[in-house]
Design a protein around this ligand. Structure first.
Ligand SMILES: [Zn+2]
Length: 77
């Protein structure tokens, strides 16, 4: 297990990791913002600030995949 920074999809609660996710792109609308488009079947998209990312404890396999399902991560407080 190791700690990686990610953003949670508000709809399905998957966490996407900034370092490995293909679902996170820089925003075209504003500097310092990012756009997350969640994986199918969710496909929820939205813009977020870098500051809203949080550290999560996950396995290396999950981190390499780019995202973690709700049972696969633990928020680090
Ligand atoms: Zn989602």
């Amino acid at each position: 297990m190791s700690i990686h920074v990610g953003i949670m999809c508000k709809m399905c609660r998957k966490v996407h990791f900034i370092a490995t996710s293909h679902s996170i792109k820089p925003s075209k609308l504003a500097a310092g913002m990012y756009r997350l488009t969640c994986n199918p079947p969710c496909l929820t998209s939205g813009e977020f600030r870098k500051e809203s990312m949080r550290p999560y404890r996950v396995s290396e396999d999950v981190f390499k995949k780019g995202y973690a399902k709700e049972s696969e991560y633990e928020l680090v407080r």
